[in-house]
Design a protein around this ligand. Structure first.
Ligand code: HEC
Length: 164
């Protein structure tokens, strides 16, 4: 009898402990301030490669600015021209040696984003419906966020120049 009470206590205590630890292992809430170390998978790149990838990212953001500014005025031609700049037909400046270092899941998400820009350009021309475009942009931002939640860039042998 005594023995079973002790095991029951152990089970209860164990359960409480698990409940207390569990939240820390849960998915990150993007609206909460960052807590703990960055556990996203590291893409190990050289400094020039990092620069190329981040430049493409800033181009994504710049094109999204152009699209957002064109939408209220329903300038669908400007939307199409901007979106096409980041579509899959756009010259890809990332060299094959760098692409080879990127995991498949990364390449698939990147390809999906370029495909979204293609669809945004095509539909802006054929449908000319700003609300439809806004929906497409929102959906595409989900892909941007998905990738940012998984990966970070780690640089090999690249002493950063100090900012003075
Ligand atoms: C396939 C993965 C992937 C996709 C898709 C992606 N990004 Fe990124 N992005 C990254 C990574 C990795 C970084 C670097 C993050 C880090 O090291 O912390 C980054 C960084 C950035 C940065 C910071 C640039 C800088 O100069 O520091 C911006 C802005 C950005 N992304 C915008 C976007 C936008 C907008 C989209 C969607 C249109 C997008 N990204 C889609 C992977 C991706």
């Amino acid at each position: 009898m005594k023995h079973s009470v002790r095991s029951l206590l152990l089970i209860v205590f164990g359960g409480l402990l698990a409940a207390a630890v569990a939240p820390a292992a849960g998915p990150a809430d993007s609206s909460a301030p960052a807590s703990g170390p960055d556990r996203r998978a590291v893409l190990v790149l050289t400094d020039p490669e990092r620069h190329l990838v981040l430049e493409e990212m800033r181009n994504f953001l710049a094109v999204l600015q152009t699209i957002s500014e064109a939408l209220p005025g329903e300038d669908m031609k400007a939307v199409a021209v901007a979106a096409r700049k980041m579509g899959s037909g756009a010259a890809n400046e990332i060299p094959p040696e760098t692409v080879a270092k990127l995991p498949d899941a990364f390449k698939q998400l990147a390809g999906a984003v370029h495909g979204s820009f293609d669809a945004i350009a095509l539909d802006a021309e054929s449908l000319g419906d700003p609300k439809h475009t806004m929906g497409q942009v929102g959906e595409m931002l989900g892909k941007c966020n998905a990738c940012h939640g998984i990966y970070q860039i780690g640089v090999v042998r690249a002493p950063k120049r100090a900012v003075r």
